[in-house]
Design a protein around this ligand. Structure first.
Ligand SMILES: [Ca+2]
Length: 495
């Protein structure tokens, strides 16, 4: 793992070198007239507690609040963790492929080109007569014949990798699709904030859809509120550092070595964390959330203008959360709630307005769910589970438990009430057991308490069952196989 230690210094979201693969031939689309459109709004590193209408009294998100009022809020939606320092990248690979974290092929620390026989979320819509449009961040698979090329047939203002020196200094690409491949043309940064450029591209796309009956899947992949935390001045002025409230689980330092302190995201702020600096950082982060929310508003207005609003499913979610002072951490390279839980809103025709769903879901369950909602067959390679039954039945069952992982250091499992996290770092093992109903901020570790010994044993067995069920330690990629072997070997030999 020495080579990996050096890589810990590399930027956590520097991106994969895509492997080339041949683009798949597209079958003739079936007639899809009358199927609902999909507008998929995706942010980057947005904590689950950053929507005003869902209980954050310090943030302004008027447009996300409208989506809350119009549809369903999933209050226990999660990612699976990360098999890369860039948690964003495996999360997006799981979303697009429908494959669980330990069943992604061709994966190393930075490479996430998807296997060609794993049809992507938007590819199946393309093959069923939709137009599939993309704007924003699309790191993996953006080579000439990578999986981006088979996932979309329209797009503009796309981010690939490198050169991102500020939210208003992001080099983007225009794209042309031909012969199953994609050609990228670089657009130099002109000082416009990238969230505005992504909204511009989507608004232009929606304006072009007026009167067009062919359904569309529009994927808007914002790069915010991921750092760097520079927002337009008028948004920065909305939040004063002294008014910001630190997270309830704020700590100046993580209480033990979680293996992550060398990672770039954990080095953005000095330790011990100081409340004053953290409040300033939080103010900038909130400014980015509000600026992104304003761009969501522009897109929703354009959808209304296009005449398609009544016939469009709208998804709003994020690729992972962020610690930002919780538990003494600043990054997303951990499996605490603030980092693996994500905001998740769903609205559209036939979906109840203003209701919540607390069932355990993975973000990636949205792929088969959208297929079922639009009558598109779910490919056999998809390993996630549609939550369509939840849409109109608040009591429908979905998942009984979820499991999470980060590299070779953290494994976790949660059921409807309890969460177990096991850490195995440098030969040392730490165990945390939280009651998420009584202690949603994970501040009281019950692992040593006799009264909870039965729960601890039960969740440890569940974690082992999940290890086997999900192929942790026996994946299709040598790199991720080694991560699992390292964790479980260290864990069994540690004290
Ligand atoms: Ca992210």
């Amino acid at each position: 793992m020495k080579a990996m230690s050096l890589r810990l210094l590399v930027a956590a979201c520097l991106l994969a070198i895509p492997a080339l693969s041949l683009a798949a031939e597209r079958p003739t689309p079936r007639h899809a007239r009358g199927s609902p459109n999909v507008l998929f709004l995706f942010t980057d590193d947005q904590r689950p507690d950053t929507i005003a209408a869902l209980g954050n009294g310090h943030i302004k998100t008027p447009h996300l609040d409208k989506l809350v009022a119009r549809g369903l809020s999933f209050t226990n939606a999660y990612i699976m963790g990360g098999t890369s320092l860039a948690v964003c990248t495996p999360s997006r690979a799981c979303l697009f492929s429908g494959r669980t974290l330990w069943n992604l092929e061709n994966q190393d620390m930075w490479n996430f080109e998807l296997a060609e026989d794993h049809k992507t979320m938007t590819q199946v819509f393309l093959e069923n007569g939709y137009t599939a449009f993309a704007t924003g961040k699309h790191d993996p698979g953006f080579g000439r014949n990578g999986h981006f090329a088979r996932s979309f047939n329209a797009g503009d203002n796309l981010y690939y990798r490198g050169g991102h020196r500020g939210q208003n200094r992001t080099p983007l690409f225009s794209v042309t699709f031909e012969n199953g491949g994609v050609t990228k043309t670089k657009k130099p940064a002109d000082g416009t904030f990238n969230a505005e450029l992504f909204a511009d591209a989507c608004v232009e796309f929606l304006e072009g859809r007026k009167g067009n009956k062919q359904p569309f899947f529009a994927y808007v992949s914002f790069m915010t509120p991921h750092d760097p935390f520079n927002a337009p001045g008028e948004y920065l002025e909305m939040y004063r550092a002294e008014d910001m409230v630190l997270p309830e689980n704020f700590l100046p330092e993580h209480p033990f070595n979680a293996g992550v302190h060398h990672i770039r995201d954990e080095k953005l702020m000095q330790r011990p964390l100081r409340g004053e600096k953290l409040r300033a950082q939080l103010a900038r982060y909130y400014a980015l959330v509000t600026h992104t929310d304003a761009q969501v508003g522009r897109i929703l207005d354009a959808l209304e203008e296009s005449g398609h609003a009544d016939h469009t499913i709208i998804v709003f979610t994020s690729d992972n959360g962020l610690a930002l002072g919780s538990h003494g951490l600043t990054g997303k390279q951990n499996v605490y709630e603030h980092s693996v839980k994500i905001p998740f809103l769903l609205s559209g025709p036939g979906i109840p307005a203003g209701e919540k769903r607390g069932q355990l879901t993975y973000l990636y369950d949205i792929y088969p769910t959208l297929c079922e909602m639009t009558g598109i067959p779910v490919p056999e390679t998809v390993q996630f589970q549609s939550f369509k039954p939840l849409l109109n039945d608040a009591k429908a069952e979905h998942r009984q438990h979820l499991s999470f992982a980060f590299l070779q250091w953290h494994r976790a499992v949660r059921d409807e009430r309890y969460k177990l996290i096991e850490y195995c770092v440098d030969g040392e093992r730490h165990t945390q057991l939280f009651d998420l109903i009584a202690d949603p901020h994970e501040t009281r570790n019950l692992a040593q308490e006799d009264a909870h010994a039965g729960t601890l044993a039960r969740l440890r067995k569940l974690l082992q069952d999940e290890r086997r069920r999900l192929n942790d330690g026996e994946t299709p990629s040598p790199f991720t196989t080694q991560l699992g072997k390292d964790f479980w070997t260290t864990c069994e030999g540690a004290h």
